[in-house]
Design a protein around this ligand. Structure first.
Ligand SMILES: [Zn+2]
Length: 452
């Protein structure tokens, strides 16, 4: 009996996950299930509370009434009630979301995702874990809200009629707050489960490395900007997934949270090399409502300078001094794309072409500027920066930006901060203040040792 139901469910999942919009469809279903359970629970709680009130003979509400109302509401919204309302949808949808992620990963290699035994086990653990979070919501979230409202009614010395009226009004607000909470929970369950499925899919497809792809726009968070473009070994993501699943399996929800960090800022990771990232920050989601995903990384080991600089920017790896020297040499050969481009930029910055050009070129050549590596799209760019403080005491940057692949000067101007939305990877400071200082130090050291 159970086996045939499992078989049917398996076939259904196999069919759904092959649809190109499988994730969207499944996610919406999960979200609907959560918000429906909440709304029905709330409606039930409200009706239950009214009945409870009617059964009480007193005119005004007492503290014991408030407590009785709360426990009556628990029957509709409590851990047990929500868990049983959501058991069916969660047990069906969590494995499907896992499979959708797996299928997305394997289809990039042209094969179908196989729901193997380890996947079935993981998906089952995740579904049970999800039901655990669902059940927790009463203890950590809802009960407090209701309790506060009910005690407030009691302290105001309301009559039963006033209370019924007041509850009707307040429940509209509760409805909305709950809707927000459950949507967040559904979103988190869906994206996290999908990414775990992806990891398994990458393994099946023999994909060893993935690239982090954030959705870059004005809503992109600092952590996703700090992670965007990085190339991460699948083995590393597997470690994180296994830690998470193991923690969920033993119901250690604190360990589960620790193994998969949800960040509220960039956590200081912008300049941290990929190899040095903490184990709890590998696979998206990196925060609640995260839109970042991973994709199979097809590139091999870097070939040639430009390739190496690209990878260094993506992996936030600092170049060696020798590499910085090579990068500067390359940048020194950079020219404006066309006379037209130079003319436009010079006019925009209110300078004549010759001196504007000279300034840009000089900034690349001279030794007393800082060198940064960034990327614009996939292209590595060098940012040559002369920081200064203007008359009003405001820090400013005079920068010249060079595309390393095309050896073109992209722009040269003054701006308040180095960071810019035009970069996919924000500028990372490279060793030494140019190569000049290093050379000077070296020469001084050599002189010292020869005289000593
Ligand atoms: Zn994000």
């Amino acid at each position: 009996m159970d086996e045939s139901r499992d078989g049917l469910r398996g076939r259904l999942i196999a069919r759904i996950i092959k649809e190109s919009d499988a994730f969207e469809v499944l996610y919406r279903r999960l979200q609907d299930a959560y918000t429906r359970a909440w709304n029905q629970g709330l409606e039930g709680a409200f009706q239950g509370a009214l009945e409870e009130l009617r059964a009480r003979p007193r005119e005004s509400v007492t503290a014991s009434d408030a407590r009785a109302l709360l426990s009556r509401m628990e029957a509709s919204l409590g851990s047990k009630a929500m868990r049983s309302a959501l058991k069916g949808p969660v047990v069906e949808l969590v494995p499907a979301l896992y499979g959708a992620g797996g299928q997305e990963a394997t289809s990039s290699a042209g094969v179908d995702f196989r729901f193997g035994q380890p996947d079935k086990n993981a998906a089952q653990v995740l579904a049970q874990g999800e039901l655990h979070w669902v059940g927790n919501s009463w203890n950590t979230h809802t009960a407090k809200l209701l309790d506060k409202a009910l005690m407030d009614y009691f302290e105001r010395g309301m009559t039963r009629e006033q209370l019924a009226q007041r509850m009707r009004e307040d429940f509209a607000g509760l409805h909305e707050r709950g809707q927000h909470y459950w949507t967040l929970l559904a979103d988190h369950a869906a994206t996290k489960t999908r990414e775990m499925g992806r990891v398994s899919g990458y393994e099946q497809a023999g994909i060893a490395q993935v690239q982090v792809r954030a959705h870059l726009d004005e809503r992109t968070t600092a952590i996703c900007r700090a992670m965007h473009g990085r190339i991460i070994p699948v083995s590393r993501l597997r470690g994180q997934v296994d830690d998470y699943v193991a923690a969920v399996q033993r119901r250690d929800m604190e360990a589960a949270k620790r193994s998969w960090a949800m960040h509220s800022n960039d956590a200081g990771l912008q300049g941290v090399a990929t190899g040095d990232l903490p184990a709890n920050t590998g696979s998206p989601p990196y925060h609640f409502r995260c839109r970042t995903i991973t994709v199979a990384y097809q590139g091999g080991a870097p070939e040639g300078e430009v390739d190496r600089w690209r990878r260094a920017a993506q992996d936030r790896r600092q170049l060696t001094k020798e590499e910085v020297g090579q990068l500067i040499e390359r940048a020194k050969g950079a020219r404006w794309g066309s006379e037209e481009a130079l003319k436009k930029h010079a006019a925009k910055h209110g300078q004549d072409m010759a001196s504007y050009n000279q300034q840009a070129v000089d900034r690349v050549r001279k030794g007393n500027r800082d060198v940064y590596l960034a990327s614009q799209g996939e292209e590595p760019v060098a940012v040559f920066d002369e920081p200064y403080t203007n008359k009003r005491g405001t820090p400013k940057h005079q920068v010249t930006v060079v595309s390393l692949a095309s050896q073109r000067i992209l722009t040269s101007h003054t701006r308040p901060v180095l960071e810019s939305k035009t970069y996919d990877v924000q500028p990372l400071k490279q060793p030494g203040r140019g190569i000049q200082k290093w050379l000077t130090n070296l020469l001084t050291a050599m002189k010292k040792s020869s005289t000593g």
